[in-house]
Design a protein around this ligand. Structure first.
Ligand code: GLN
Length: 425
């Protein structure tokens, strides 16, 4: 399923277009019969598409349908709901005239579908039927929209990365909570309670140590980049086995950091030219951008040489949402996942635990003494993963749960006993 042959893509695209067209024609015919040819409303579109989506097995059909319509016609929820019973084309023209810069003001914008006042409403309709055709094939909504929200940030996604899940937010949440706690302890070493030497370079704006973070199996980059946004970091290394996934992570970095960086500069310029003092709180809030690195590597394989090259010695935090689905379970998952998300991001081996064994064993030598490990785990893997980490002599090994109370995360730390043999790179 992941190995489309050369040329096949094009043929398939043609087929998809045809399918989308015939859905549209069928719909228009049904409206003709009702005697309202082009005067149909969003409600009419919903009435036509909803049974199709349900029949295809789409779980949240109503919600998905509304979001696809909003995306296709560039409408926010309020405008959509208010205008739901009006004639679609009238409403669309009206909105487009009111917002001539529709394409730039769209929150969405990611799917690179520009829409402007002079765009034919018919192309918005075509867009909708293209989306619908995809959703009927159980392509995940996130892949159709080209983005998924995670921890309040918008991440670009495609078929080469696992779309960020809300479950995963609890891993990020846990790390932020703990760092907050340690920050309030002041400039003490987090584990030993000893005062730590803060060199100029390691002191952050908040007066505490800047962190080095390693995100393994980063995929879209959602975990590592969210941490980079919310913590004071020195280094964030995003690592993945798939170069196609890394492309997505890089693009997300560019959007979330570099584009905002130029916005920040603009803001600072405008402040300076207005003669006002820059607000120090605002600068502090935005923090310093950490250096973010990307590495294509099968877990730790390429890491030692890369760290040496970049002068990175070891990490404070190792985080990962590795593939953890049991191989024989994959095909029983929802079609969205089983058919359209990358197998590489799902397959955790025969018992689903392959990555935990490798991370527990090999991860140690990349962590600073007292370094922390945070991993996402499957709801039924708590005991097994805990045992794996205990056997490898990690301390404080603990399973924590997600917002629904299921086991979802593993926390472990590394021995503080620096006399034991630990290798650093
Ligand atoms: N780290 C990414 C995420 O949490 C990808 C995870 C994966 O590919 N298994 O969404």
């Amino acid at each position: 399923r992941n190995c489309r042959r050369e040329g096949q893509g094009l043929r398939e695209d043609g087929k998809e277009k045809k399918m989308a067209n015939s859905l549209k024609e069928e719909f228009l015919r049904s409206q003709d019969e009702k005697g309202q040819s082009t005067a149909f409303s969003f409600l009419d579109l919903e009435k036509y598409a909803l049974p199709l989506l349900k029949e295809a097995g789409v779980e949240e059909a109503e919600l998905d349908l509304r979001l696809l319509l909003q995306e296709a016609f560039s409408l926010d929820t309020k405008d959509y709901l208010l205008g739901k019973r009006e004639a679609v084309f009238t409403l669309y023209r009206k909105r487009a005239e009111e917002k001539p810069a529709l394409s730039s003001s769209r929150v969405t914008g990611d799917s690179a579908l520009s829409s402007s006042a002079d765009e034919e409403p018919d192309s918005a309709l075509n867009r909708f039927f293209t989306f619908l055709e995809k959703r009927l094939r159980r392509i995940p909504l996130s892949q159709i929209l080209g983005r998924q929200e995670f921890f309040g940030l918008s991440f670009l996604v495609n078929e080469n990365v696992l779309s960020p899940r809300q479950d995963t937010e609890c891993i990020v949440e846990r790390i932020l909570e703990e760092e907050e706690k340690w920050k309030s302890l002041g400039e003490q070493d987090k584990r030993s309670g000893k005062k730590i030497e803060l060199t100029d370079e390691s002191v952050g704006v908040a007066g505490c140590k800047a962190l080095s973070i390693l995100d393994l199996c980063t995929g879209s980059g959602c975990i590592g980049l969210t941490l980079a946004k919310n913590l004071h970091c020195k280094t964030v290394l995003l690592l993945d086995k798939s170069d196609k996934a890394l492309e997505v992570a890089k693009e997300n970095y560019r959007r979330l950091f570099l584009e905002q960086e130029s916005a920040k500069e603009e803001w600072q310029c405008s402040v300076l030219s207005s003669g006002r003092e820059p607000d120090p709180n605002r600068i502090r809030e935005q923090g310093l951008n950490p250096s973010v690195h990307f590495l294509e590597s099968d877990l730790f394989d390429a890491l030692p040489s890369f760290m040496e090259e970049k002068g990175i010695s070891a990490f404070d935090i190792l985080v990962s949402n590795p593939p953890y689905i049991r191989r024989d379970v994959i095909e029983t998952l929802d079609a969205e996942v089983a058919l359209h998300e990358p197998v590489l991001a799902l397959d955790g081996g025969i018992d689903g635990l392959d990555f935990y064994r490798r991370i527990a064993k090999e991860g140690k030598r990349f962590l600073l003494p007292g370094g922390r490990v945070y991993l996402e785990i499957g709801y039924d893997q708590g005991k097994s993963v805990k045992r794996i980490f205990q056997k490898e002599d990690y301390l404080e090994v603990e399973v924590f749960s997600d917002y629904e109370g299921r086991d979802r995360g593993l926390y472990a730390t590394l021995q503080l006993d620096t006399n034991k043999k630990i290798h650093y790179y």
